[in-house]
Design a protein around this ligand. Structure first.
Ligand code: ZN
Ligand code: ZN
Length: 343
């Protein structure tokens, strides 16, 4: 953690940082509750929490001074970076009243920037989280059959992941079948899975604070001509994007590598979202693969590649792998098969 704090101090200069988001509290201190905040100054690292958590804080946040929330914590710097995208308007008002002589400025980029490049240790944790995800996919293939509900599939995935070391889920599991698979974020419902359905499963788990994320689409029964056509276009786009990934290249170019193929097959309007997002302590981090991104890929980025085609009243396909940019190119952390699986 010390290296992370040193890096933050370097980029903030003579300012302080008032850190309120759970993700950044964890990143800088190792503390795992959000009922806390950090004050990091050029000379001090302070964690403030209430009496329920002081023992845990002492254990997890080595090197931090631990204060009780009731205490008034004086610190010298006049300019204080805050996480504007996270802090509530009410809390900021109270903060300004409590510290009338200080100036609070937007610090989101400075505070979160370091998290973009993952260390070897972080990549190891994400790799383990993804291994649990891959094992869950292998497990679910035996479980799937017509007549069961989307919810029962999602629960089985979640139960398997938790039983195999996950501490939680990266996000609410998506299990969307039939025409519901045309919804890119169709949370599992009571719908019964039927023969002839596409079934899209998008899921991930958290391992020691780090997330995984993967998507596979399968067909229940035998795939129709059109299902096969759409599936193969998405697969071709996904593989083109994976090979286009290179350190030093624009993120927007990776998005284009997949999007151009989908467009060329006439399905451009059915791929409405960006190609991928970075993953770490949070499920959606920066940089992302989107047409608008101005970011450049670097070694240590951990990012998803997830093109899709979604056709209302028909269904949809998405294939998502999680990769790390390593030695200048994509190293895939997802090992589940990508050929069209018919169940
Ligand atoms: Zn996903
Ligand atoms: Zn994703």
């Amino acid at each position: 953690m010390d290296l992370r704090i040193d890096a933050l101090r370097k980029s903030m200069g003579e300012k302080s940082a008032y850190i309120t988001s759970k993700a950044n509290i964890f990143y800088y201190s190792g503390f795992t509750s959000e009922d806390a905040y950090l004050i990091i100054t050029p000379a001090r690292a302070i964690l403030v929490t209430d009496s329920r958590y002081t023992v845990q804080a002492k254990e997890q946040a080595a090197g931090f001074e631990i204060f009780d929330i009731k205490e008034n914590i004086p610190f010298e710097e006049k300019t204080v970076l805050i996480e504007e995208e996270h802090i509530t308007a009410g809390r900021l008002e109270r903060l300004k009243k409590k510290y009338p002589d200080k100036e609070f400025i937007r610090g989101d980029e400075i505070i979160s920037r370091a998290r973009r490049i993952k260390t070897g240790e972080e990549i190891g944790l994400i790799r383990t989280a993804q291994e649990i995800g891959d094992a869950a996919f292998t497990h679910i293939l035996d479980f799937l059959k017509p007549g069961i509900s989307e919810k029962s599939v999602a629960l089985e995935l979640e139960y398997f992941m938790k039983k195999n070391g996950a501490q939680g889920l990266s996000f609410e599991t998506i299990a969307a079948s039939g025409i519901r698979s045309a919804m890119p974020h169709g949370a599992a419902s009571d719908k019964i899975i039927e023969k002839g359905d596409f079934l899209t499963l998008d899921f991930g788990c958290v391992y020691k604070g780090y997330c995984s994320d993967m998507t596979r689409t399968v067909v229940i029964g035998t795939a129709s001509e059109r299902q096969r056509e759409i599936y193969n276009i998405v697969l071709k786009a996904q593989e083109a994007a994976l090979s286009a990934i290179a350190a030093g290249k624009r993120c927007a170019d990776t998005d284009a590598a997949a999007r151009d193929i989908i467009k060329a097959h006439g399905y451009g309007e059915y791929f409405g979202h960006g190609l991928g997002h970075s993953v770490g302590i949070e499920i959606h981090e920066l940089p992302s693969f989107s047409p608008k991104s101005e970011d450049i890929l670097e070694n240590g980025h951990v990012i998803t590649v997830e093109p899709g085609i979604y056709i209302e009243n028909f269904g949809g396909v998405r294939i998502e792998d999680l990769i790390v940019v390593s030695d200048g190119k994509a190293m895939n952390l997802t090992h589940s098969p990508k050929n069209l699986i018919e169940i």
